[in-house]
Design a protein around this ligand. Structure first.
Ligand code: HOZ
Length: 440
């Protein structure tokens, strides 16, 4: 039994090795990390340095164990080191690490993804979600011969220049939604609308009727906490794009094959023109992809003139990780994820109620956020009005109890198939204790 699961055991956690490693890290890596959200800047303290993981559990370099709700920010939908994924990867390592030439796993994964996501004919693999989104908007601009892209404030589509405008995720967490270094030129063709507010999108179309190449949207906003689309919102975006011959781009880097077998496209029955993927489709290895209807995708080089390339794109290990992961994600797997995530939601709400803490749990499938707020969170401004000071206290009270939450109130927690009933119940119990502690 992991220490976090041991009932009523007072676990004294020592972080000596983590501290040493993080000090070394800070000397050679900006902020000690390779991606800002990993640092604890907004919650304070230093992050534990991770030595390994299995199932739903992380272990740090001091031997402390944590129930993990980061899941590498989404990819680990089966849990860490799932046996069939590991076996497939071991076999793939013995075959070859990278060829820079066509290989079979990229064809198999493309076929699998296309078979799942309705309306998708072709796909191009890249190495990250950022690459996927920046390539998708290049394609949208080329296809429409227009420049302007609409995004949503608090929407996060990776760190390419044109997206770092009112951006979510780490940019929101650290108060850098408009990063220095992004030139006025790079940002000048980005417009921001308000998530779940079709009127704000309509006004942008009315202001520049012939200039909008497309809208890029997270079908479930996941980078300012979990915000489901209001009924009719995605269909409304589709209609606005249709009316103006603009393209609708779903950024499914987070939702892709997490929220359902066919991703958000299937869940909400709205078909975008282009879609981006990442995270789950690599099973924990670096990957991204963008895809769409054949006539659009054939514009991509070498079929067409829109240039985009990558030395490691379609890497056989990443493709194998994705294939092995998707192979496990059948309808039953999604029902199970839903059942366990629903129980976590219910348990967290009960814990809040019994400690008289005003809170909302917003959830779509196995992604959820506990907002310390007594209002529904429908957009970025609503997320900003949540009590992030209270989140900070809760975060540390949970970490002390061995629950590893995303270190920001603007992020989603990710439930995996390795979060069994015992782990979910223990999380609920620990959340109750943590809430009692911070409200005393
Ligand atoms: N979309 C992820 C967090 N919201 C990205 C992870 C990262 O930025 O490191």
């Amino acid at each position: 039994m992991i220490k976090s699961l041991a009932a009523n055991e007072h676990v004294v956690r020592v972080y000596d090795q983590s501290r040493k490693w993080f000090e070394r890290a800070e000397r050679v890596l900006p902020g000690g990390v390779n991606s800002p959200v990993r640092a604890f800047r907004s919650v304070g303290g230093d992050p534990p340095v991770i030595a390994g993981a299995a199932g739903a559990v992380l272990v740090d370099v001091d031997g402390n164990e944590y129930i993990d709700y980061i899941g590498s920010w989404g990819p680990m939908i089966l849990g860490h080191r799932e046996a069939t994924v590991v076996a497939a990867l071991r076999a793939a390592v013995d075959t070859g690490l990278s060829y820079g030439a066509p290989s079979t796993p990229e064809v198999l994964l493309a076929e699998e993804i296309i078979s799942r996501a309705p309306g998708l004919d072709m796909i191009r693999f890249v190495n990250s979600g950022t690459e996927a989104t920046m390539s998708a908007i290049r394609l949208a601009r080329a296809a429409t011969k227009r420049d302007v892209i609409i995004k949503f404030s608090g929407g996060y589509h990776g760190h390419a220049d044109s997206f770092l405008v009112q951006a979510g995720s780490g940019a929101a967490t650290f108060g850098l939604p408009d990063s220095p270094g992004v030139t006025a030129g790079a940002a000048q063709d980005t417009r921001c609308a308000i998530y779940n507010d079709l009127g704000s999108v309509r006004r942008l179309f009315e202001a520049e009727p012939q200039r909008i190449a497309g809208i890029i949207v997270e079908p479930v906003a996941g980078n300012v906490g979990c915000i489901p689309p209001a009924p009719g919102f995605l269909a409304g975006l589709r209609a606005l794009c249709n009316r103006s011959a603009s393209l609708l781009i779903f950024d499914e880097v987070m939702t892709g094959f997490r929220v359902s077998r066919g991703g958000a496209i299937e869940l909400y029955s709205v078909r975008p023109d282009l879609v981006t993927f990442g995270k789950v489709i690599g099973g924990g290895l670096p990957v991204g992809a963008y895809g769409g209807r054949a006539e659009l995708m054939r514009l991509v080089a070498p079929s067409g003139p829109v240039y985009q390339a990558g030395t490691l794109s379609g890497n056989p290990l990443a493709m194998t990780g994705g294939l092995a992961t998707l192979a496990m994600l059948d309808k039953a797997a999604y029902s199970e994820l839903e059942r366990r995530s629903a129980r976590l939601e219910e348990g967290l709400l009960m814990a809040c109620k019994s400690t008289h803490v005003r809170a909302r749990v917003q959830r779509v499938g196995s992604m959820l956020t506990l907002f310390f707020a007594d209002h529904d969170v429908r957009n970025y401004a609503d997320a900003q009005r949540a009590d992030h000071g209270r989140f900070k206290k809760f975060f540390h009270a949970m970490l002390r109890r061995g629950v590893h939450l995303p270190p920001s109130g603007y992020e989603c927690w990710f439930v995996s198939l390795a979060h069994d009933d015992q782990i979910i119940e223990r999380t609920v119990e620990l959340a109750g204790e943590a809430l009692s502690e911070i409200t005393q």
